[in-house]
Design a protein around this ligand. Structure first.
Ligand code: AMP
Length: 421
C-alpha cells in the first residue's frame, strides 16, 4: 500500500514525491481511509509518527473534491503551541504546493490586523492556537460556519493548558455537520470525557511511537551535584565536541546561564522559551536546523513537539517534574529509525524522578560517572531511597491524586506498552 492506493489527486502525489514520502507510516495507513470516508476519528499518536500527513492529506483531498477556492475557511486545525501551528502550516503548504489551496497560521505574538489580512486574501485551511483564534472570533474577524473539518492536535496538551472552553466555543461556531478528528499522545479521563462529547461515533486509531524509534534511543544519566551541572554540561559539549544538541531546562532563568557558560568556549547557542517573541523562536529553530547554531537551549513549553530531522542528542539539564514529560522530551531524538541519545544530568535530589522514569519506560537508565564529577555517598543515598519505598509510594500516590489517579495510571500503562514492544 502506498499513497497512490488512496487515489489522491496528482497535485498531492507530486508534492509527496517532492518531499520524499514513499511508504505510509502506521498512523497514515490506519487513519487516512477513515478520514476519507468522512468519519470522526479518535487517534492516539505522538508527534514523530507522521500524524500531520495522516489528517492533512485526506482533508486536502476533500477540499479539492469540493472545489474549495479560498473564499471561506473550510478546515480548522487547532494545536497547543505557536511552534506546532507553524510546523503544521509549513507541512500543509508543502502538501498543497501544486494546487491552489491556501493555509494560514494564526497564533499569539503577531498583530491581529496582519492575520486578518492574510485570511481575507484567501484561506481554505486555518491552523491556529485556540487562544488567538478565540480572540478573533470574539471580535467577529472570521466566520467558521463553512468549516466542515476540524482537527484537534495534541488534544491532551490543549486541555492541560486550560483551552477546553475555548475549543468548545470554536467547535460550536463550525459547520453543524463537521467532521472532527482528535489526536492525542495520552488518554487521561479529561480527554476521554471531552472526546465523548465532541466526536460522533469515532473510529479509533491507536498507534504508539514505533518500536524501531523507541529502541534506537539510548538512555544515560550523569550523576552530578546541582552546583556543578553547568560545568559538566560544558565539559561534555566542548570536550566531546557534541553538535546538534537540544538542551531542556525546567526554568527559563537557567537558559541564560547556559548560554553564558557555553558561548565563552565559542559554542554557538540558540534559545527558546516562553518569553521570547515568536520571531526570535522561529529564527532560533531555523538556525539550529540549518546548523548555524550547534546547541538549542529551551524550556519544555517552547520545545515540545518540534520536528528536527536527524537530531542525535537531547540533554536534560534538569529532569522534568513529571516522568511522563521525559518521554515527550526525548521523543525529539531517535526519530525515523535513527540513533539517538537521551542524556540526563541528575542530582541527588532528582534521583527519585529518575527512578519513576525507569519505572515508566521499563528500562534501566545507564549511569555514567564522569571523572572529577562523582557525587560522594551517592550509592548510600540511592540505597536509602530504595528503603524508603513506602514513603515514596505515599508521595507518588499523593501526586497521582493531585493529577488524577486514573488518568496517570492509564497514561503510564500506555507508555510502558510502547516501550516494551
Ligand atoms: P509528524 O509526526 O507529522 O510531525 O511527522 C514527523 C516527520 O516525519 C516529519 O518530518 C514528516 O515530514 C515525516 N514524515 C511523515 N510521514 C512520512 C512518510 N510517509 N514518509 C517520509 N517521511 C514522513
Amino acid at each position: 500500500m502506498n499513497f497512490k492506493s488512496f487515489s489522491f489527486a496528482d497535485s498531492i502525489l507530486s508534492a509527496l514525491e517532492k518531499m520524499g514520502y514513499e511508504s505510509l507510516t502506521p498512523v497514515q495507513k490506519m487513519a487516512i481511509p477513515h478520514v476519507r470516508r468522512g468519519h470522526d476519528v479518535l487517534a492516539s499518536a505522538q508527534t514523530g509518527t507522521g500524524k500531520t500527513a495522516a489528517f492533512a492529506l485526506p482533508i486536502i483531498q476533500k477540499l479539492l473534491d469540493s472545489n474549495a477556492n479560498g473564499e471561506s475557511i473550510r478546515a480548522v486545525i487547532l494545536a497547543p503551541t505557536r511552534e506546532l501551528v507553524d510546523q503544521i502550516d509549513h507541512n500543509i503548504k508543502q502538501f498543497t504546493a501544486f494546487n491552489n489551496l491556501k493555509s494560514v497560521a494564526i497564533f499569539g505574538g503577531v498583530e491581529h490586523d496582519k492575520q486578518i489580512n492574510r485570511v481575507n486574501k484567501g484561506c481554505d485551511i486555518l491552523v491556529a492556537t485556540p487562544g488567538r483564534l478565540i480572540e478573533h472570533l470574539r471580535k467577529g474577524n472570521f466566520a467558521l460556519n463553512n468549516a466542515c473539518h476540524v482537527v484537534l492536535d495534541e488534544a491532551d496538551r490543549m486541555l492541560d493548558m486550560g483551552f477546553r472552553s475555548d475549543i468548545e466555543t470554536i467547535l460550536e461556531q463550525c459547520d453543524k455537520n463537521k467532521q472532527t478528528l482528535l489526536f492525542s499522545a495520552t488518554y487521561p479521563s479529561a480527554v476521554k470525557q471531552f472526546a465523548t462529547k465532541a466526536l460522533k461515533n469515532p473510529k479509533i486509531v491507536q498507534v504508539s511511537r514505533d518500536n524501531e524509534t523507541a529502541s534506537t534511543i539510548t538512555h544515560v544519566a550523569y550523576p552530578v551535584s546541582n552546583d556543578r551541572k553547568l560545568e559538566l554540561l560544558s565539559e561534555l559539549i566542548c570536550r566531546k565536541g557534541w553538535k546538534q544538541v537540544l538542551v531542556f531546562v525546567n526554568m527559563k532563568e537557567d537558559v541564560q546561564l547556559i548560554v553564558d557558560e557555553l558561548t565563552q568556549y565559542g559554542v554557538t547557542v540558540g534559545v527558546m522559551h516562553g518569553d521570547k517573541s515568536q520571531g526570535n523562536r522561529r529564527r532560533a529553530l531555523r538556525e539550529f536546523k540549518e546548523g548555524k547554531t550547534t546547541i538549542l537551549v529551551g524550556t519544555e513549553v517552547a520545545a515540545r513537539g518540534l520536528d528536527i530531522a536527524g537530531l542525535p542528542r537531547v540533554i536534560n539539564f534538569d529532569l522534568p517534574y513529571l516522568a511522563e514529560d521525559y518521554v515527550h522530551r526525548i521523543g525529539r531524538t531517535g526519530r525515523a529509525g535513527q540513533k539517538g541519545f537521551a542524556i540526563s544530568l541528575v542530582s541527588r535530589e532528582e534521583e527519585h524522578v529518575l527512578a519513576q522514569i525507569e519505572d515508566l519506560i521499563q528500562d534501566k537508565v545507564k549511569r555514567i560517572y564522569y571523572p572529577g564529577f562523582e557525587v560522594s555517598n551517592r550509592d548510600g543515598l540511592i540505597k536509602k531511597i530504595g528503603k524508603k519505598t513506602s514513603l515514596q509510594k505515599r508521595i507518588r500516590s499523593n501526586r497521582a491524586t493531585q493529577y488524577g489517579a486514573e488518568a496517570k495510571m492509564q497514561n503510564r500503562q500506555k507508555i510502558r506498552k510502547a516501550f516494551k514492544k
